[in-house]
Design a protein around this ligand. Structure first.
Ligand code: PLP
Length: 387
């Protein structure tokens, strides 16, 4: 079955003259059993991985969402969590223990870094940040106690690509596990598990949900043993996504392939146009030929998200505010992956240890939605004239 078919066919309600096409929302804390024997059976042995036991362990909606997510990741099974960030923190903390060492890309999503620095450090877990361009050289950073290599490509805000196969090969040789935040490409454009990564993480908040109206996270594992480790950890911490959000995320998945393809094409058009403009220093978007990550992106990815960075020549924040505030189609906001175009500004330098950002004092981040790209270009053109 191909991805488009999986997205439509899997996780559906069973045909029943009484029901609609979609699995209904099961709002529940208590799950009832008809008798004591069936109540006890739910908790026997490994049954908790297959049956619904209690609302905080997820309802049918979470299971349906997880099943489709695992199928499109080409994974064994998936666990749904309350947010993209909790998917990150649960995946890492499920694998690491006191005394372990983690290698995390220096280009990682800021709150992931904060979790490593402020929470994991208190539990005796040390983190070293590595240059996202390290490739096979990652091996020189391995220690006897290195437990996990954590990837994210392209990087948050600065969009560096990583040589994922080279990093995977080095980690595999030394028996070190790998996890990747794959929110940008999604499994539709890059499949971490097929490249040897053990755990793929999605902020389903972005393209899965697709409508800017919920937060949710998905962790997909390559093996049953890993699935059980993560599922138990998530249940023990009580991290749960509500059934309404699971329902909406699953509904988002049905149209994700068409949304992403269209948004990618529009983003490529807008980014290429911006890259020619005299006001623009650089567009940070691996699908562009001139991007430093383009060769890796072409080799490993089959498409791109509609999110990119924009470095302007001007360092004048007031002029940039004139540009941004006057835009009529781009709203100012910091999430992405929804149907609408967004713009946000990040003051640099960020918390980077290995390669400090020195190019510009700030970066704009642009998300391209489902509007007509010609209208978006017109809006941006007027904005650049206001600079
Ligand atoms: C790359 C990446 N990973 C994870 C997250 C966290 O997702 P959430 O906002 O659902 O917690 C974000 C959110 O912006 C993100 O950009």
């Amino acid at each position: 079955m191909k991805q488009d078919t999986r997205l439509v066919q899997l996780g559906r309600a069973k045909a029943d003259p009484e029901s609609g096409a979609n699995l209904p929302v099961h709002r529940a804390s208590t799950i009832l059993s008809p008798n004591l024997a069936s109540y006890l059976a739910r908790f026997e042995g490994d049954k908790r991985y297959e049956t619904v036991t209690y609302g905080a362990n997820g309802t049918q909606n979470a299971r349906a969402l997880a099943d489709v997510a695992a199928a499109i990741e080409g994974g064994h099974k998936a666990v749904v969590t309350a947010s993209g960030l909790s998917a990150v923190t649960m995946a890492i903390s499920a694998l690491a223990k006191h005394g372990d060492h983690l290698l995390v890309t220096d280009s990682v999503y800021g709150p992931t870094r904060r979790f490593c620095d402020e929470v994991l450090s208190r539990f005796g877990i040390a983190t070293t940040y590595y240059d996202p361009g390290v490739g096979a050289g990652i091996e020189t950073l391995f220690r006897d106690n290195t437990r996990l290599v954590y990837l994210e490509a392209p990087g948050s805000l600065t969009f560096e690509m990583q040589d994922i196969p080279a990093i995977v090969a080095a980690a595999r040789r030394c028996g070190i596990m790998l996890a990747m935040d794959n929110t940008w490409a999604t499994p539709l454009f890059f499949q971490p598990l097929a490249h040897g990564v053990d755990i793929s993480i999605q902020a389903g908040t972005k393209y899965v949900a697709g409508h800017s109206d919920l937060v949710i996270g998905i962790i997909t594992t390559a093996s049953d043993a890993l699935y059980r480790t993560i599922a138990d950890h998530v249940m023990t911490w009580g991290d749960v996504a509500g059934p309404d959000d699971c329902y909406l995320a699953l509904r988002g998945l049905r149209t994700m392939a068409v949304r992403m393809q269209r948004q990618y094409e529009s983003a490529l058009r807008v980014a290429s146009w911006l890259a020619q403009r005299p006001e623009v220093k650089r567009v940070l978007y691996p699908p562009l030929e001139q991007d430093p990550g383009h060769a890796l992106w072409t080799r490993d990815f089959s498409g791109g998200a509609s999110l990119f960075g924009l470095a302007l020549h001007t360092t004048d924040l007031d002029a940039t505010a004139r540009m941004v505030d006057g835009l009529t189609l781009f709203q100012i906001g910091s999430s992405w992956g929804g149907y609408e175009s967004l713009i946000a500004l990040n003051k640099m330098p960020l918390a980077r240890e290995v390669i400090p950002w020195i190019e510009t004092p700030f970066l704009l981040r642009i998300h391209i939605g489902l509007e007509d790209p010609d209208d978006l270009i017109e809006d941006l053109e007027a904005g650049l004239q206001r600079l």
